[in-house]
Design a protein around this ligand. Structure first.
Ligand code: NAG
Ligand code: NAG
Length: 393
């Protein structure tokens, strides 16, 4: 991440000072104890306070034509929806809505505000210092030098109308279910470094990369000679480092193991994102013409994920197996591979994987940083009894 903790805390204090003037001590989160708070929002109290402050300030600048709910109540509805995909009875009660209907509009508004905060809380490393910092952590983890992050298409389930056949088909991904897909890049600690607007589920990841600003900048070599690590759904290029499909010999096997190790950070990251923000497990009804709403929810959850990591709040424990990464479209055109790219990858293999080194320990397990933090998440175990709301679309 581009911001050091002291900067964040300074920002926080600044926000607090602004907030105090017109809000006093009126946080509607206060009446939940820590345990209930984590259960309802999958976040800790300091983290919720930080988010509420940040959103409150920004909501004030919007012309709202919505039910006159106080800002904190709006934030509460949205955070609760992200955590569970529905609004919990105690939250609806607290904000005085009898059912979740009115909440959808509020969640949409707050999501727009939080998604816009990605400028501050999600940053692809652009300065030489930031790049070197991200790359050295990746190198420490897996032994591959000059890597700026892990690139993957993140698929999120949606419902689509089967009556609009063409549109429905465009949402069906290679695994056969309807989804929207966003391009995500994360660092070796599982922080989100970039998240693009979502597309229909059938969009192929190579296309998304080529049209994304990160892709364009990297392919133009504006970023210098760095890689992002990508899976088999991407073309090997001088900027996307893919694994060898048929590794030959010890060095290539070691390289593929290192690639798998750093690539698996994305799986852990998406797993923890979907555990904390269960709305991402099923984003509800989607239409091609209004994907912005889904984009905002996905971006908002990524912003909140990064904030939660800054505050070391672990996600709730896994309820089952962590979903595998989406396998992507299998590319079948090895003839087209850029010889320069092959050469660049070979150079990494020769220089860094021809002898075993300590950073290439294939047995070393990747544990996400937040999962080693305090075990607050035990609180969540009896959670599910509180969800009575309706799914928001
Ligand atoms: C990878 O190779 C380069 C060039 O020889 C070297 O500078 C770097 O330290 C190596 N990194 C690792 C982790 O082996
Ligand atoms: C990695 O995880 C596996 C299975 O959970 C375990 O058996 C193994 O000891 C772990 N290795 C390290 C280096 O922690």
């Amino acid at each position: 991440m581009a911001f050091a903790l002291p900067v964040w805390l300074a920002v926080h204090e600044e926000l607090l000072r602004h907030g105090e003037a017109d809000c006093g001590t009126c946080s509607c989160f206060d009446e939940f104890d820590d345990e209930a708070l984590f259960q309802l929002f999958h976040l800790s109290r300091p983290c919720v306070a930080f988010i509420a402050d940040a959103v409150r300030g920004r909501l004030k600048t919007l012309p709202l034509d919505e039910p006159g709910l106080p800002a904190d109540a709006m934030v509460m509805l949205a955070l609760n929806y992200y955590a569970h995909g529905v609004n919990s009875a105690p939250v609806l009660q607290r904000v005085g809505l009898s059912q979740a209907d009115g909440a959808a509009l509020v969640v949409g508004t707050v999501s727009g505000v939080v998604a816009a905060m990605s400028d501050e809380f999600i940053s692809f490393p652009l300065s030489p210092g930031a790049k070197a910092n991200v790359a050295s952590k990746v190198e420490g983890l897996c032994g591959i030098p000059r890597v700026l992050g892990v690139l993957a298409p993140a698929h999120f389930k949606i419902r689509a109308s089967p009556y609009e056949k063409n549109s429905f088909r465009s949402f069906v991904n290679t695994l056969g279910y309807t989804s929207v897909v966003s391009q995500i890049v994360c660092d070796s600690d599982g922080n989100v470094l970039s998240v693009d607007r979502c597309c229909v589920g059938s969009t192929c990841e190579q296309e998304m990369w080529e049209s994304s600003s990160e892709g364009k900048e990297m392919e133009k070599e504006l970023l210098g000679s760095y890689w992002v690590v990508g899976g088999k759904g991407y073309h090997l290029s001088t900027h996307i480092l893919t694994p060898l499909s048929v590794p030959d010999g010890e060095s290539e096997i070691r390289f593929n193991e290192a690639h798998a190790k750093i690539h698996s950070v994305m799986r852990t990251t998406l797993g923890s994102l979907k555990r904390r923000f269960r709305c991402l497990m099923q984003l509800g009804f989607a239409q091609e013409a209004s994907l912005n709403k889904k984009s905002n929810i996905i971006k908002a959850c990524c912003v909140l994920h990064n904030i939660a990591k800054k505050f070391s709040v672990p996600p709730p424990p896994p309820a089952g197996k962590i979903e595998a990464l989406h396998p992507g479209k299998q590319l079948s055109a090895p003839a087209e591979v850029d010889p320069e790219a092959l050469q660049a990858r070979q150079k990494v293999i020769d220089e860094n994987f021809s002898v075993v080194s300590s950073s290439q320990d294939p047995a070393g397990n990747v544990t996400e940083e937040s999962e080693r933090a305090e075990p607050v998440c035990r609180l969540l175990e009896e959670a599910s009894s509180t969800h009575h709301g309706q799914t928001l679309d």
